[in-house]
Design a protein around this ligand. Structure first.
Ligand SMILES: *Cc1c(COP(=O)(O)O)cnc(C)c1O
Length: 362
């Protein structure tokens, strides 16, 4: 048997058809491609953190329920006691867990453009994935189209990122409520960018049996820890606990996240700086001839470049030492679009200077 026959006889066709999630190499570049917080911690906080880690029993398995960290997360997010929380190795893992629990013929629905993992993980598991285009320009939900798709496909899960990635906007709240009320399946409001948005559905958990709210510490400033969480009705969360791996949150993450989240003031300051810079970058972008920046409630900005120039502009900016994200190859509403993560003021200035130079080239 040749190697390729061997592989195709072993792996599912969905896996064979996939390509691995590629992350661009940012070595030597200003990294504004992945919605990371650009700020590190002051030395005194680092010292306290290392102190907290010092006695971590690495020879023992972690607390399988991460009780201390879960309590901290419930307290800081004001998640009422009657709801349960499941932690994941990043919210990516939670998306995967939820999809793994569905029947093999289940449907999953999400808007397009949207977060790539909803589709990637659904297809990998052989589920029926349906994407509904957002409205042009506003990038808001096409409510009639979504309600029709709910009727037609009866999705087991609907994912709505709020704010949305990669467009940055908050969908209409009344549309979301209509969707939650109409859907017979679960609706996951993915609040990965909650720290930068003045909006949340956490307070609405009690109003709907089928609502789950998911968050992550990644965009807040702890992407390296890999920690996400989802809150909702205990009977739903219990099903997810059955299929998660017993020790999915390692000891270092449990201690570090608990420590960091307890230093909330530090992140609040950083988040305020990022939001102030978002305003500056947004205004500067829209002053540029041929550039249209879309309003953002997240820590990144999507912007449109002159027709058929996105690839060249992206390459030129990279050549000048700044890595952003080129979304233009995805086509559709993202044709000609690039996305920049908000960094430190000097990083944003370097990005804007590189963009301006790229626009006059060629
Ligand atoms: C970044 C992102 C995530 C993934 O977060 P992790 O916790 O780092 O896995 C989930 N949803 C959306 C919309 C995101 O942009």
């Amino acid at each position: 048997m040749t190697q390729s026959n061997l592989i195709s006889s072993i792996f599912r066709k969905e896996v064979l058809a996939m390509s691995a999630y590629k992350v661009a190499d940012a070595t030597g570049l200003i990294k504004l491609d992945a919605m990371e917080n650009p700020y590190s911690w002051p030395e005194d906080i680092k010292t306290l953190w290392l102190e907290a880690l010092k006695d971590c029993p690495l020879n023992r398995y972690p607390d399988p329920e991460a009780k201390a960290l879960t309590a901290t997360i419930k307290r800081l997010n004001q998640i009422p006691d009657q709801f349960d929380v499941l932690l994941g190795n990043g919210s990516d893992e939670i998306i995967q867990l939820l999809l793994m629990a569905l029947p093999s013929n289940a449907s999953v629905l999400a808007p397009d453009p949207g977060f790539v993992m909803y589709k990637q993980l659904s297809l990998c598991l052989g589920l029926n994935y349906h994407s509904i285009p957002l409205l042009e320009d506003s990038f808001d939900l096409d409510l009639p189209a979504i309600l029709a798709a709910i009727e037609l496909h009866q999705p087991s899960v609907i994912f709505l990122a709020y704010p949305n990635n990669p467009t940055g906007n908050l969908f209409s709240e009344t549309s979301i409520r209509d969707i939650i009320k109409t859907a017979k399946g679960l609706v996951v409001i993915d609040e990965a960018y909650a720290p930068f948005a003045d909006a949340s559905f956490i307070d609405s958990l009690g109003q709907y049996d089928n609502l789950l709210v998911m968050r992550t510490v990644s965009k807040l400033g702890l992407a390296g820890l890999r920690l996400g969480y989802i809150a909702g009705n205990p009977d739903i969360i219990e099903q997810l606990h059955k299929i998660r791996l017993p020790y999915n949150i390692n000891s270092l993450t449990q201690i570090s996240a608990d420590f960091a989240l307890s230093n909330k003031a530090l992140f609040d300051r950083q988040t305020q700086q990022i939001c102030a810079e978002r305003m500056t970058v947004f205004n500067r972008l829209n002053e540029l001839d041929g550039i249209k920046a879309y309003p953002s409630a997240a820590n990144f900005i999507l912007f449109k470049t002159p027709e058929n120039r996105a690839n060249d502009i992206f390459a030129s900016i990279k050549q000048q030492g700044v890595l952003i994200k080129n979304l233009s190859p995805q086509g559709g509403l993202l044709a000609d679009c690039l996305r920049v993560t908000i960094g430190k003021p000097e990083e944003n200035a370097a990005f804007l200077a590189a963009l301006i130079k790229s626009l006059v080239e060629s």
